[in-house]
Design a protein around this ligand. Sequence first.
Ligand code: NAD
Ligand code: UDP
Length: 340
Amino acid sequence: MKQTILITGGAGYIGSHTCLEFLAAGHDIVVFDNLCNSSLESLRRVKELSGREFPFVAADIRDRAALDALFKTYAIDAVIHFAGLKAVGESVEKPLLYYDNNIAGSITLFEAMQAAGVKTVVFSSSATVYGDPASVPIREDFPVGATTNPYGRGKLIVEQILGDLAISDPEWRIALLRYFNPVGAHKSGRIGEDPRGIPNNLMPYIAQVAVGRREYLNVWGNDYPTPDGTGVRDYIHVVDLAQGHVKAVEKLAAGPGVRIWNLGTGCGYSVVEMAQAFEKASGHPVPYQFAPRRAGDIAQCWADPALAERELGWKARRGLDEMCEDTWRWQSLNPQGFEE
Ligand code: NAD
Ligand code: UDP
């Protein structure tokens, strides 16, 4: 059934890819973003790639009046809530900013939804809510709570707020999607991850080394209890991740309650394996040097994605080579990101 989906944070990295997937699945979308970490150019390219027009509202999720006006103007069926700040290090330096933007902003959004009678939401959570897991792969029923920074605590708190909301009003249909490590870009090379300043995350950093914007990669720690001593993560192609959102919304149509799904591949790769895979995909060297561990990092983390496969009929299909090739296409065609 065709739905109208509000996508907060839809101009961002995961949001822009998700816009495309909802359009491709035949749904209508409305994008809401204050552009604090993105640009209009990404949405222009989503329109170009999809051949579809859609409304864009430039506003902040903490702006209740803007949200109320939006819900009055458009008959929204479901909300995909990406809008938020995501730099872990910055969240340690500016906890109040993060709690205000990510928690107060989410509360304002949910209040506006409740007032408008829109009670279906998909929330962008993160594997960070599991903290340092006792074992891998990580299942959805593993304990949560040992988060190490304000960014992660914010994700957990919003998950709990949504849980309380569902208890207070059984009409809510809520999906908490716990992402592992999103990487890659759309096949066209027209949209991708465009971090401002020095990238915090591994894949965009590697891509900037390969394209010659940075000299070498610092590998944060080579003394972890992993096969090569470097950190192991579950990297998932952003298009697979985006498609998981379409499946989640379609599943929520089946009934109310809170559902939790890991979105990961179930495979772990080390930092060094990632650098080597990128060299192969790009044909460019990715020199690296070992550096001390980064505070707050864990040794290894990967998903058990079986529940999402069973309940959503969703499975990540794109492997590591494709993740690197698509990142490279985006990076080499747009060395300065969306700034042309
Ligand atoms: P992104 O920064 O590219 O996208 C977030 C978007 O939200 C941006 O376009 C930004 O301008 C917008 N935004 C931020 N605060 C806003 C506000 N107050 N009002 C309106 N718009 C606002 O980040 P992303 O990587 O696409 O992440 C999307 C979501 O997924 C975030 O909630 C993030 O925490 C979550 N997530 C990301 C990762 C990851 O590694 N990328 C992993 C797990 C979870
Ligand atoms: N990492 C690294 N150098 C970098 C960035 C990241 O060695 O410049 C490592 C980091 O220690 C972790 C992995 O790469 O083991 C993934 O880090 P990222 O920040 O991308 O995601 P996280 O899993 O920490 O959210």
